[in-house]
Design a protein around this ligand. Structure first.
Ligand SMILES: *Cc1c(COP(=O)(O)O)cnc(C)c1O
Length: 387
């Protein structure tokens, strides 16, 4: 395998992920004005490519690309789509559900949290009764909670919301799922998907992706009070995004031009094939990882295969081992996994990200290398501990 990248350990955490050379190369673009015709075209095309990633053709849907990390998407939602003292229902399936709830609270929303037991999906019956007994302006659900590797049923939850409380906006935190798990934005009638560039999209971190329905935009435009953020204001960004996509220069705050080139390249690669093919590739790789984990006698934080993410796996360590016993052994073999993140179980598990080029590029051998390294590192750690 020849690459322009310096030799390095293989980064297999649930984001950032390994990059394709072409994505990195497109970042070393010469200086250009953010309102020059060449850049306007690239930015406009990148917004249009996002529509394809979300399998969305409804012209009232609106992509936003704003300099910032995935977290900025929460601020955009909290500052524009709900007002002070209105109720949000957060379906909290891990670390990122907690954080989204905190962000909503920061802007004055009243947050109801429903947290099912660790590793389990929220029950539809419970959600139904919460929606019936409260006036919920906005519901949030984490598509893949990166702290546990749970894959939530955003299609099923949205169907329920439309049936029981049709005016409730459905907001999906897709930071760890966009481009690895199926999202049919129009067909499933979602309102917002929040994403970032550095996870399954395989681009360096630094751009926040927010994809809004016409219903969500209308909600932002019919607020009684102005949004409590200047930078994260939909009113400030909407004309900019519309102009760029229409090929017209526009300015509110300077976009990271080199990063937009990188995203244009990665989205062009991703959308060159049907999205369904990409999701199937992630599923196949995930099946292989999960089977190998079971063969090693290890269990996962999420027990039920249907609720397990396809871009990552959260793996319980054998009793008596903690992440610092195992991660250095992986590193010695050229593989980087992440430690635990969910505070209840952080010392008992590790996380393996298997997204993007690591699973889709036939010239790479990242997954087999990681599984072999894991087997050896575990044996070594057990021996060292006399287990
Ligand atoms: C990584 C992640 C975030 C936060 O994204 P940043 O880019 O680190 O700000 C939010 N939600 C989920 C589900 C994530 O995996």
């Amino acid at each position: 395998m020849s690459s322009i990248q310096a030799p390095h350990n293989t980064l297999l955490v649930p984001g950032p992920i390994e990059f394709d050379d072409a994505v990195l190369q497109s970042m070393s673009h010469y200086a250009e004005s953010h309102v020059a015709p060449g850049f306007v075209k690239v930015f406009g095309e990148t917004l249009t490519l996002l529509r394809k990633v979300f399998q969305s053709t409804n012209p009232s849907a609106q992509p936003f690309l704003i300099a910032g990390s995935g977290t900025l998407g929460w601020d955009l939602v909290a500052a524009n789509l709900i007002e002070r003292d209105e109720h949000a229902l957060v379906l909290n399936t891990g670390y990122f559900g907690n954080s989204f709830a905190q962000c909503l609270t920061t802007y004055g929303a009243k947050v109801l949290e429903y947290a099912p037991p660790l590793g389990q999906r929220p029950s539809l019956d419970e959600i139904e009764s919460l929606l019936k007994n409260n006036t919920i302006k906005l519901l949030t659900i984490t598509h893949v909670d990166t702290s546990t590797g749970i894959l939530n049923d955003i299609k099923g939850v949205t169907e329920l919301v439309r049936r029981v409380s049709p005016d409730t906006l459905v907001v999906v935190d897709g930071v760890c799922s966009v481009a690895s798990e199926e999202i049919a934005f129009d067909e499933w009638d979602l309102d917002v998907v929040v994403g970032a560039t550095q996870k399954a999209i395989g681009c360096p971190p630094g751009l926040s992706i927010v994809y809004c329905s016409g219903r969500a935009i209308q909600r932002a435009q019919s607020r009684q009070t102005p949004p409590a953020s200047y930078y994260a204001s939909i009113a400030n960004w909407l004309p900019i995004m519309k102009n760029y996509e229409a090929g017209k220069p526009s300015y509110f705050a300077t976009p990271p031009t080199q990063l937009v080139h990188a995203l244009h390249t990665s989205l062009s690669q991703i959308t060159a094939r049907p999205m369904s093919e990409r999701f199937a590739l992630h599923k196949t790789a995930s099946d292989k990882v999960k089977a190998a984990i079971a063969d090693l006698g290890l269990s996962q934080v999420v027990p039920n295969r249907d609720s397990q993410a396809n871009g990552m796996t959260a793996i319980y360590l054998p009793d008596g081992l903690t992440p610092p016993d195992v991660l250095p052994g992986l590193l010695k073999r050229g593989v980087i996994f992440a430690a635990g993140l969910h505070k209840e179980i952080a010392s008992r598990y590790i996380r393996f990200g298997h997204m993007g080029v690591s699973i889709s590029d036939p010239n790479r051998n990242d997954i087999d290398k990681a599984l072999a390294a894991l087997k050896e590192a575990l044996a070594e750690a057990k021996q060292a501990k006399g287990l």
